[in-house]
Write a protein that binds this ligand. Structure first.
Ligand SMILES: NC(=O)c1ccc[n+]([C@@H]2O[C@H](COP(=O)([O-])OP(=O)(O)OC[C@H]3O[C@@H](n4cnc5c(N)ncnc54)[C@H](O)[C@@H]3O)[C@@H](O)[C@H]2O)c1
Ligand SMILES: CC/C=C\C[C@H](O)/C=C/C=C\C=C\C=C\[C@@H](O)[C@@H](O)C/C=C\CCC(=O)O
Length: 256
């Protein structure tokens, strides 16, 4: 899929990885609707992006992925503004074991919620053009992160949901590819003050620090450039792309 003239929706786009995903999509010719709860940061980012890429290239929509109503309104506005949706990046997420129900609601349920609304706009079975949906999972979605079991569960669920939706789409004829980004630590707000985010597992902060020391920390652009291959390579469906500081690799899963 060439990106020129395509339209994307990115959740959690005001900061961090979502900001980087939005920027790389715009740099490659796509128009982007940036969804986030952080209205001030989102609005000022979009003003800057429109100055860089031309008025009308980027649109900010205040949207909480926990809200079906807000997601439906945001997708409708994006479709009306850009004439359709070709790409969805389900990126919004939190890491806080003390508020684990919220983490499940955002990281996993928010991905499912946004995906199902996107199907209404993108699926060829609904008159859509098809496209690609990329989730921002995590390396913790591929293996257990002892310091944050619920975060691990949400990301493992995102990887499983992505692979199942890819298979469902191929059989159903949605015309939509589903892939997951699985990065290790990335330099964003999420990895600041990790001990305060571990809840009853704060005694395992040292495990997290050792993992961070061992695995290193990616830049946002490391993740953003990986998005491009998942979006543009039409052969990629059902993939989980592991992104480490030492390189990238597509996960091989056991076949039944
Ligand atoms: N930073 C890392 O080390 C790392 C590594 C792997 C995966 N991830 C994943 O990448 C994604 C982005 O994380 P980040 O590191 O950029 O974090 P971040 O905290 O810098 O940015 C997250 C963004 O999501 C937004 N957001 C949070 N809850 C939301 C909601 N309910 N509705 C809409 N927007 C919401 C925030 O306002 C923020 O702008 C997350 O899914 C995270 O789990 C992060
Ligand atoms: C505290 C979490 C902060 C941010 C979450 C974000 O998604 C970053 C995740 C970064 C790394 C995840 C690592 C997960 C590793 C698992 O694969 C696990 O299998 C490794 C567990 C122990 C390894 C110990 C070792 O090999 O020495």
């Amino acid at each position: 899929m060439a990106l020129t003239g395509k339209s994307a929706v990115v959740t959690g786009a005001a900061l961090g990885i979502g900001k980087g995903l939005s920027e790389v999509l715009l740099q490659n010719g796509a128009k982007v609707a940036l969804l986030d709860v952080k209205e001030s940061a989102g609005q000022s980012l979009v003003e800057s992006l429109n100055q860089q890429h031309g008025t009308g290239s980027a649109l900010f929509l205040k949207c909480d992925v926990e809200s079906e109503e807000q997601l439906k309104a945001a997708f409708q506005k994006a479709t009306e503004t850009f004439g359709g949706i070709d790409i969805l990046c389900n990126n919004a997420g939190i890491m806080n074991e003390a508020t684990w129900e919220k983490a499940v609601s955002i990281n996993l349920m928010g991905v499912i919620r946004a995906t199902y609304i996107a199907l209404e706009h993108m699926s060829k079975l609904n008159g859509g053009k098809g496209g690609v949906i990329v989730q921002t999972a995590s390396l913790a979605g591929l293996g257990p992160f002892p310091s944050c079991p619920v975060y691990t569960a949400t990301k493992s669920g995102v990887v499983g949901f992505t692979r199942a939706m890819a298979a469902a789409s191929a059989v159903s004829g949605y015309g939509i590819r589903f892939n997951a980004l699985c990065p290790t630590f990335v330099q964003t707000e999420m990895i600041t003050n990790i001990p305060a985010r571990l809840g009853q597992f704060s005694h395992l902060n040292e495990v997290a620090e050792q993992l961070k020391e061992k695995l290193g920390v990616l830049s946002v652009s490391d993740v953003a450039e990986s998005l491009l291959e998942l979006v543009t390579d039409e052969t990629k469906n059902g993939e989980a792309l592991m992104i480490l500081t030492k390189g990238k690799a597509y996960m091989q899963f056991p076949s039944p």
